[in-house]
Design a binder for this molecule. Structure first.
Ligand code: COA
Length: 254
């Protein structure tokens, strides 16, 4: 079974997370597929809009926890970092359709999307601290900018999940819908955008993102260095081992 589905319809490229048995946890292979698809799309004028989606009950449970233990990203060329650079630099508008849990990178990737539609069952979480890690995807800068310092500090330091209505109120999502309507709604919105002049779409997005571009790249590098260091640390190891053993982590000695 293909863990990432690629569909092209008109000018819309849709990338679907499709590893449902593992709650769409993202592996190195999946990041590589996503990075390749986005790099190809960036160079393809026929792609006018990109959509990310999962299913009506699940967006993504974030990075595969087993891979964090077995084969953590080794350097800047690791597929996860290629994916993050590709999504951050994507010239076309990106939409996301989010239902159910969106954990870790499942939420931070939304900061690189231009429009986000979610189901009333969406549950966003940034559990980095609870996993002995730190933010990634430039979320340490983009999240406070988007939702304000107080809310971002709460979400990043406590790492507790928050629901669709709060995400809407914070400005993280554009609209909340019944879960079984979200993907279809995002497709309809993407088709609407794809019918608009492509050069104007790209120019508008580029202008909106330009003031941040260099900062985002720098912050991603800084975060990656810290993230890789923490990933090898005892707290992260305890958190991941506990998750896979289906027990609560014990940080009392750490
Ligand atoms: N990495 C690897 N495997 C994962 C996973 C992940 N991020 N998320 C879920 N899975 C696996 C579980 O180990 C389980 O596998 P099994 O059936 O072989 O035992 C299966 O997917 C179902 O997971 P489960 O936790 O039973 O599903 P749920 O619907 O009760 O809960 C989540 C869904 C997303 C809330 C929960 O799975 C979760 O919290 N996942 C971990 C998220 C995480 O810490 N991600 C890292 C972020 S940096």
């Amino acid at each position: 079974m293909d863990d990432i589905l690629e569909m092209r319809e008109g000018g819309v490229l849709t990338l679907t997370f499709n590893r449902t048995a593992k709650r769409n946890a993202l592996t190195a292979e999946m990041y590589a597929r996503l990075a390749d698809a986005l790099q190809a799309a960036a160079a393809d004028d026929a792609v006018r809009v990109v959509v990310f989606q999962g299913q009506a009950e699940m967006f993504s449970s974030g990075n595969d926890v087993g891979e964090f233990l077995q084969r953590p990203p080794a350097d800047a060329d690791a597929p996860v970092f290629r994916f993050l650079r590709a999504i951050a630099g994507l010239p076309q508008p990106a939409l996301a359709a989010v239902c159910g849990p969106a954990v870790g990178i499942g939420t931070t990737l939304l900061l690189h999307c231009d429009l986000v539609y979610c189901g009333d069952n969406a549950l966003f979480s940034l559990p980095f601290v609870n996993l002995g890690l730190c933010p990634e995807a430039a979320s340490s800068v983009l999240l406070p900018q988007r939702i304000g310092w107080a809310a971002a500090a709460e979400k990043l330091l406590y790492g507790e999940p928050f629901a669709a209505d709060e995400a809407l109120q914070l400005g993280l999502v554009n609209r909340v819908l019944p879960p079984d309507e979200v993907n279809a709604f995002a497709q309809a919105q993407a088709a609407k955008l794809a019918a608009r002049p492509a050069a104007s779409l790209r120019a508008t997005k580029a202008l909106m993102r330009a003031p941040q571009r260099a900062l985002v790249q720098q912050v991603m590098r800084d975060e990656a260095a810290e993230f890789e260091r923490l990933l090898k640390g005892p707290a992260a190891r305890e958190a991941f081992t506990a998750f896979l053993a289906k027990r609560k982590p014990d940080f009392s000695a750490l």
